[in-house]
Each structure stands twice: as C-alpha cells, then as structure tokens.
Design a protein around this ligand. Sequence first.
Ligand code: C5P
Length: 313
Amino acid sequence: MTVRVPAKVNLQLGVGPIRDDGYHDLVNVFHAVSLFDEVTVETAAAPEVRVQAAPYSRVSVADVPADQDNLAARAARLVAARLGVDAHAAIRIRKAIPVAGGMAGGSADAAAALVACARLWDDRDEPVLNRADLVELGAELGSDVPFAVLGGTAVGVGRGERLTPALTRGTFHWVFATADGGLSTPAVYAECDRLRAEEGAPDAGDAGGAPAARVSEPLMTALATGDAKGLGAALTNDLEAAALALRPSLGRVLDAGRDHGAVGALVSGSGPTCAFLAEDEEDAADLAEGLDGARVAAQVLRAYGPVPGAMVV
Ligand code: C5P
C-alpha cells in the first residue's frame, strides 16, 4: 500500500501565548504544496522502517530515524491499537520533502502511514476509521499531522490541530529555497519566547505571553479570490524572527527572493526553508532561476498549491 503525501507551507503562523502544557496557542493557515513523500506499508512479521531519498531528489535523510521512533512507525502502532489488530508494518519512506525544514515532512510521513495502515488493516465492509477519524488520530502524533491527512488549505487553531478548510480559488506558484542543516522546532519556539520576554511584550495577556493571534482577513480574501499579489503581501510568520536569530544567513535568502520578483517571501514554519510566492507560473520559473544563480540556497524547488492530503496511489 503506497500513499503519497504533500509538504506544507504556513501562509500565516500566528503564535499566541504559551499554554500550561508547554504548547503555544496558534492561528495557523496551512497550505499543501506539490512536494511529495511516498510511504509504502506492508504487513510484516516484525516492524521495520527504511528511509531513502526519492528518485531525483537531493534530500539528505541521514537525520531521519530509521527505527520505531520514526513518526510513521508510531502512526502504524496507533492504527493497529485502535483497530485491535495484531499486525506489524514494514515501512519504506521515499523523501522529497526537506528534512527538519519547516515543511512538516515528518508529520507528512506519519499522515501517510495512518492512511496506508488504515487501508491495509481496516478491511471490514464498513471501515471503522474514516478520514475524520484519521485526522483526529493524527493529533495524537503531532500538531501538523492532521493537516497532512486533510491537505488543501485550512485554518488550524489550538496547537494547530483543530482544522477548518479554507476557500481558495485557482493555483498558487511557489519557489522554495532549502538550507543545509535543519532547525529544531522546539528550539525555534523557545527562541521566540526568549525574544518576546526580552522585548517585554507590552501588550502581553495574563499568561505573560503574547496576545492571542487572529486569522488575517486580507489573507483569507486573497485566497478566496486567487489573488497572488494580495496573498504575497499578507503572508506572515511569527516564528520568522526567531528562525532568523538562530540562522542569520536566512535574511540574505529572503532578500534574494524579493530581488528576483517574489510577491511574497517568508520563512516556512520553523524554518530553515524559505518560501517565495510568484505572481504566476512564468514568474515562478524566473524566480527559481534567479535564486539558483544567487547561490544562497542548498536547493531551489518549485511547487504549486493547494494539493490534496495523503492519498493512496
Ligand atoms: O506537536 P509537535 O510535536 O509537532 O510539535 C513540535 C514542537 O513544537 C513541540 O514540542 C513544541 O516545542 C513546539 N510547538 C509549540 N506550540 C505548538 C506546536 C508546536 O510550542 N502549538
């Protein structure tokens, strides 16, 4: 059973106050883009995980755990437990999504494993687990897993896991600049907290953190009308300052994208991948070429969005 699953970029990542459980309250607009990992699952006598770069991809998989700690293996165990089946999964992951890149690659693999294992093991006439159940199970694995099951464009609140699909029109054309070496998501959130404490967060709420984030109306309007320029102007990421503090060279990457015609530029999620929105497909080609020539990125990748979530191929 093979499932193809997309990467995401956050069109808005609004980081609110830190909660008692250590997570931050978020307003997150997720957008699935056409960079895909492929996850193949077979029922096996013993659990197994293999990870490799997808054909033609230069993704470095050295830092991905090829054992039962892999989020996809945890997803398989969760599905088996929920279905009450005594089955093991041999999982093979072919990665094209940058690793620790702020594009939710690990979450994507977990989502793909959820869908693959449910299809393999939930074989009664009336499936026990539907898509909504898998979205819910995903939340037990990580904040970005539910969206990778769902795909498209969606607003996430809470830890980012409570999702509502967003209305969009047409296709948006993206260019991504990857970096050598990932950034740890917890480290970026911690740096965001540290910077806010340093600034004294003047309008902080009772929790002593940031005020609650709200979804951007100009962003939702640009999505609904297919307005690339409007969307580019409305892109925001509250983790960007923290990612830039930990990796100052990203400033040059963002500048290079803007110089080469991007209508929007931001760090993707917790970084270090930078995302650039182009006005149309032709501009995306020019932008990718310009960024390649600027030699500021490990790799320059093109993609479009929105695309559907994890799907059996
Ligand atoms: O949920 P997930 O394991 O994907 O999150 C990774 C890390 O990102 C968390 O351990 C936490 O440090 C940070 N995080 C957060 N607030 C969120 C989501 C993630 O602080 N809403």
